[in-house]
Write a protein that binds this ligand. Structure first.
Ligand code: TMP
Length: 212
């Protein structure tokens, strides 16, 4: 575990408002005088953005589940080494849009590869660089997917094309992770209006920073 900076991840199904809120948290942190950075997975740096193109290309319907899990882990490793760890070592608060829990919920649980199995390959990828705090945005897939459809500017990716049943399993996967990692995961009700979701998230981050 890196002790200089603080590693915060935001997690949840599609359409939960993660990206908007993560970016606002970073803006607020900077305004409060903290050194803070927003980044996202899969991507954030050139090699990982290239892997993202393969992963999210809606033409790649033949992709095997384990290939998918390994590619996410590879993108994660490169992003961590090139961008996240150097920032943490410089004392920055890193707010990362998705991390290991996405692989555990999507590939491990929803895809059925096994949460333990996917955890193992991710242990190899992340070593001990686990998040200090994870905000989990909880929302029903029906509401989340409706929000995405209304957001015309957003790309439609390969995982958006999955069934509603798959997205319901993703949510159940996250619920299991909440039980497994209560020391770092906090559930935020993302079905509220976006401003309330932001306020709950911001309060959680501030409380965490003050209690450290
Ligand atoms: P997003 O950038 O809109 O969150 O899209 C990334 C997609 O990739 C989303 O459908 C979730 C999926 N994903 C996984 O399945 N496993 C992972 O480990 C990560 C980081 C993302």
């Amino acid at each position: 575990m890196i002790n200089n900076g603080i590693f915060i991840t935001v997690e949840g199904p599609e359409g939960a408002g993660k990206t908007t809120i993560a970016q606002r948290i970073v803006e607020n942190l900077k305004r409060e005088g903290y050194q803070a950075m927003y980044t996202r997975e899969p991507g954030g740096i050139s090699i990982s953005e290239q892997i993202r193109q393969i992963l999210l290309n809606s033409q790649n319907t033949a992709m095997d589940g384990r290939t998918e899990a390994l590619l996410y882990a590879a993108a994660r490793r490169q992003h961590l080494v090139e961008k996240v760890i150097p920032a943490l070592e410089a004392g920055t608060i890193v707010v990362c849009d998705r991390f290991i829990d996405s692989s555990l919920a999507y590939q491990g649980y929803a895809r059925g590869l096994g949460v333990e199995e996917v955890y193992k390959i991710n242990e190899f990828a992340v070593d001990d660089a686990m998040p200090h705090l994870t905000l989990y945005f909880d929302i029903s897939p029906e509401i989340g997917l409706r929000r995405i459809q209304q957001n015309k500017g957003r790309e439609v990716n390969r995982l958006d094309l999955e069934t509603l049943d798959f997205h319901q399993r993703v949510r159940k996967g996250y619920w299991q992770l909440l039980d497994q990692f209560p020391e770092r995961m906090v559930k935020i009700n993302a079905e509220q209006p976006i401003e309330s979701v932001f306020q709950d998230s911001w309060k959680t981050v501030l409380k965490f920073l003050l209690n450290r």
